[in-house]
Design a protein around this ligand. Structure first.
Ligand SMILES: Nc1nc2c([nH]c(=O)n2[C@H]2C[C@H](O)[C@@H](COP(=O)(O)OP(=O)(O)OP(=O)(O)O)O2)c(=O)[nH]1
Length: 135
């Protein structure tokens, strides 16, 4: 059956002391290469969504945080190829370390209102308005 089981992906709006949000650019050659996305990735079998996000942040950015620092914000539900994507978006304001692009082509810190002008995956577009209002 199309869309089942859904592809469960967790992502996070890391918010710095100035209220800016971190986005990372997907490498060329990957699906949706060149688009800007929130850090995160697929939830693996046996993982909680929060544990997956803590793991992805360490792997992708070299920063450390804790499940208790991840506040659920909103989600997206979108077709993605032959799957159906459920993207859980968290907000995080507390972490240790300085984010560096270990997997992404580039990182940038942007004001929520600047997200509208970025090329982002289709699932992310409905998330921007909420972040803009929330942050
Ligand atoms: N991290 C992240 N992924 C997103 C966003 N929006 C969106 O559609 N996605 C999609 C892209 C991917 O299909 C999936 C995330 O999985 P992933 O980053 O672990 O996997 P990937 O496709 O980049 O690469 P791979 O690890 O499977 O090789 O969710 C977003 O804002 N952040």
């Amino acid at each position: 059956m199309t869309g089942f089981p859904p592809l469960l992906v967790v992502a996070v709006a890391l918010v710095d002391a100035d209220g800016r949000v971190l986005v990372q650019q997907r490498p060329p050659g990957k699906a949706m290469g060149g688009l800007w996305e929130f850090p995160g990735g697929k939830v693996e079998a046996g993982e909680t969504p929060e544990a997956a996000l803590v793991r992805e942040l360490e792997e992708e950015l070299g920063i450390r945080t804790h499940a208790s620092c991840l506040a659920p914000a909103t989600f997206a539900s979108e077709p993605l190829g032959d799957r159906h994507l459920l993207l859980l978006l968290y907000v995080c304001r507390k972490w240790q370390g300085v984010a560096e692009a270990r997997h992404a082509t580039a990182l940038k810190w942007v004001r929520p209102a600047q997200l509208y002008a970025l090329d982002m995956p289709p699932a992310d577009l409905p998330l921007i308005g909420l972040l803009d209002a929330l942050l």
